[in-house]
Design a protein around this ligand. Structure first.
Ligand SMILES: NC(=O)c1ccc[n+]([C@@H]2O[C@H](COP(=O)([O-])OP(=O)(O)OC[C@H]3O[C@@H](n4cnc5c(N)ncnc54)[C@H](OP(=O)(O)O)[C@@H]3O)[C@@H](O)[C@H]2O)c1
Length: 335
């Protein structure tokens, strides 16, 4: 379909996609959100990325997650979203919840990294230009900066909202010890932290163990889980080898040497448990994250509309029996 002819599917809000309230806020997010970290950059197939974004909206995925440096090249995922806005998505701007971030390296010199007011403010201005947007729905501080006073980073978030450049703010990858300060600083300035974005999947449960998940729940802050499929490991992608077009084949963010015989055996066991539930492994991995209401949204990546459609199916069954949970626990406790 030519971009400009795009009409979002009339069925997109037919009840298949649950919308979950984000902490104590007025915002509901789709149980499954789409991330633009991989597959949306200048090195990727734009038409396929565009088809994936349209497929997302057609199926009720209203939340697109970006960051200043997503690509590669840095900035190009945002540029491509901007192209998509102009080609097809602009009429749906008010149906979309678009997020971006700054906190990792973006441009050379002392002002293109970490958490200073100087970096966050100028980065968001650049992001808005690339995405061809007047505002983002949510702006994240992408990581904690141990050298910048937290007051400075948090006040920059407050001022970004006051300037109308973001409707809400959030934090990502912050250590648990900083959460009380961040949440109360923002709340006392009437810009409550909407959401915490953290890495969470069956094989990486550090946000459970550190208390981050429970701290968010106690503070009325939503939680969105990134890399919920452990970059694709928790799917059928690698059960029969390493496909040439996979993230692991690129051997950069997901290294080939993680796929040990022991891991493969565990993935096959999990795949068997998923099959007995009538699910694929990726569906079960996402359902497991959504099972107890602590996760507002699982933030998946997808290199094709087909992958995204499989992942959306996860919401059809997020209930686990005690015996399924125990079988899963036996496999994942060592991770
Ligand atoms: N805040 C942060 O610091 C941070 C860090 C990382 C990510 N994130 C956010 O989280 C998003 C998701 O991260 P992620 O891409 O690592 O998530 P993920 O969902 O764990 O992994 C996505 C990858 O898994 C594979 N995959 C997805 N669905 C599949 C299916 N049904 N069957 C087989 N393979 C499937 C694809 O790999 P192939 O490409 O091999 O097909 C896809 O690119 C990012 O886009 C970003 O928005 C945030």
């Amino acid at each position: 379909m030519a971009g400009t002819d795009y009409k979002a599917a009339a069925s997109r809000y037919d009840g298949r996609m649950p919308y979950i309230r984000c902490g104590h806020s007025g915002v509901k997010l789709p149980a499954v959100s789409l991330g633009f970290w991989h597959n949306f950059g200048s090195v990727d197939d734009f038409d396929k990325a565009h088809a994936t974004a349209k497929c997302a909206l057609d199926n009720g995925i209203t939340c697109f997650d970006l960051a200043n440096n997503y690509g590669p090249e840095y900035g190009t995922a945002e540029q491509n979203l901007g192209r998509m806005m102009n080609m097809s998505l602009r009429p749906y701007r008010d149906e979309l919840f678009i997020t971006t971030k700054a906190g990792y390296d973006m441009w050379p010199g002392p002002y293109g990294d970490w958490g200073s007011r100087k970096y966050l403010m100028s980065s968001l201005d650049q992001s808005l230009k690339r995405m061809r947007l007047d505002y983002v729905d949510l702006f994240y501080s992408h990581r904690y900066d141990p050298e910048t006073p937290l007051e400075e980073t948090m006040q920059a978030l407050v001022d970004i909202v006051r300037q109308g450049k973001a409707l809400y703010v959030g934090i990502s990858n912050y250590p648990v010890e900083t959460l009380d300060f961040c949440f109360s600083y923002l709340k006392s300035r009437d810009v409550p932290c909407l959401i915490y974005q953290g890495r969470y999947n069956m094989m990486d449960r550090r946000v459970e163990k550190s208390g981050i998940l429970s701290a968010c729940a106690a503070a009325g802050v939503g939680f969105t889980a990134f890399s919920p499929l452990n970059q694709g490991l928790l799917s059928d992608r690698y059960l029969n080898g390493i496909p040439h077009d996979s993230r692991m084949a690129r051997n950069f963010f997901l290294k080939r040497d993680v796929l040990t015989p022991e891991l493969l055996k565990d993935l096959n066991t999990l795949n068997g448990i998923a099959a007995s539930r009538g699910q694929t492994l990726s569906e079960m991995a996402l359902a497991w994250l959504l099972r107890d209401g602590l996760v507002t949204s699982v933030l998946v990546g997808a290199s094709s509309p087909q992958q995204l459609l499989t992942n959306i199916n996860a919401v059809k069954n997020i209930v686990f029996t005690e015996s399924e949970l125990s079988d899963i626990r036996q496999v994942i406790t060592k991770y």
